[in-house]
Design a protein around this ligand. Sequence first.
Ligand code: AGP
Length: 587
Amino acid sequence: MCGIVGVIEKENATEKVLQGLEKLQYRGYDSAGICFKSEEKLNVIKSLGTIDFLREKVPKNKSNVAIGHTRWATHGKVCETNAHPILSENKNWAVVHNGIIENYKYICDDLQEKGVHFSTQTDTETISALLGQNNFLNPIKNIAFLMQQIKGSYAFCAVKNDDKQQIFAAKNKSPLYVFCSPYISMLASDPICFPKGEYFKMEDGEICKLQIGKVEFFDCKCQQIKKQPNLEQQFDAAEDIGQFDHYMLKEIYQTSPALRRLAINFLNLDLSALKKLSFDKVKLVGCGSAYHSCMIGCEYFKKVLKVDSEALQASEFRYGSTLLTKKTLCIFVSQSGETADTIAAAEFASKKTKNIVVLTNVLHSTLAKLGKIILPISAGVEMAVASTKAYSCQVAALYLLVMTLKSEKMFYKAVSDVFLLSKKLDKFYINMAEFAQEISFAQSVFFIGKGLDYVTAMEGALKLKEISYINCNAYPAGELKHGILTLIEKDVPLIVVATQPKIYEKTMNSALEAKSRGAKLFLISASPPKAFELEDFEMCLSLPKCPPLLRPILAILPLQKLSYLVSIQRGNNPDMPRNLAKSVTVE
Ligand code: AGP
């Protein structure tokens, strides 16, 4: 989703902002813009498409203060006018914003009645318009008053057309980080933009005044707050694409080391609070791939601990009739820890139970703060929009969590299982090129499976549709004959996930029913193909041996690679699929 960068630097702030925006590209965006100060004037330049187009338009002259933005449209169509930064009508303020101002219509109507003219269709313009209207001499007072007027989620940076080298910022619900050094001071939606060193995380309701070598924080009553930089920028190799053509491919290959890191981190964690939890049922909550890992976690709770468990999509959690009591254990799973739906679901659950566990890749995220217990998924930075290594680490972390609750002996066995699995992954080389060729130009692709395999089918279908734009659907194998067979036509690809010996035959029956109606079958199974499979299936892929509960981690790998290859063959950019964002910070 939208990304914000603000820079004050002695050399060239505009270039640093452009570099920061490049690092935020992974979040997904449709347009970008920059505002730099020169001779007390605010110069705004915007562009549709990638940062390269913006870069071409930005003059080479140097400025010490600049703010920039990547926009993922929510209010108002994708066009240059609606891109940020957005100026106030009197051109005194320029603003970049991430989030949604929920009462923007009301503010717009009110200001329009007072004669203010709006030039964009965005909710963000209410921020610049109010800043332009609020006439306090002290900019902090101006921003504090603005925060009383707006409702919703926001992180914004604002610059004023004066001779001062400063940037103002405030936040509520959307993330914002601050870096300050004698040479460069920065604000950003992700610390990935910062140089090495300590940085601050802004909290809800805080206002920041940033200068070079100096940062001040205020509360909404304009009282100064003392804050220490409490986080440290760690350089992660994931920032560098290395020898790979795309981050997605690099991240698929990083699954194995990430699983090893996860196992080591679990060994070093103090898990006593987890072991003390007392609960009678479990709700596992996430979105997209994280929801799929919750579905697998749910099976673990039922199979290993025999506890009543349910996996729920975060966007439905608050609105369905979810029954929670003090004894319900709620587990929230999120790679980014900034997914608005998952955060809202965790806030909702916190009102009913204290048993809140958060499983995330970003331990300082907004979601992490809501957890009584926070567990890492240790995937390392994930840049590609399509989740790969993070999904696998979420599944492995849920396995370790459930085994921790089972017994000490099972915990140690689980750690060793994850280690062994990572070794298997190192050697699990699969050439999916032919497979990809077969389905690259299909109109639609079907996936089936039963139990844990059904979840793999769902995750495989999500991955493929996300980056290939092919219509992909996953079904429990047994459901085909209850309506779906009507869609099966000659040569339609059907990917069969059948990795569990006990229910293998049942899945096969469903697959063969589809074949009789013309489907082309592709198989992912746990053992080498039998003679009849070689006859019935276009292609058969068998997985190496591993503990049955961890098989979904092996089974998803070929489907991730398949999605990647199909995406490339169709001429898409797998790292940045159309209309999607990596971090979905609005509901
Ligand atoms: C996965 O490939 C997707 N991009 C998406 O479904 C993602 O898993 C979902 O948006 C949840 O994100 P989170 O894990 O950061 O909360």
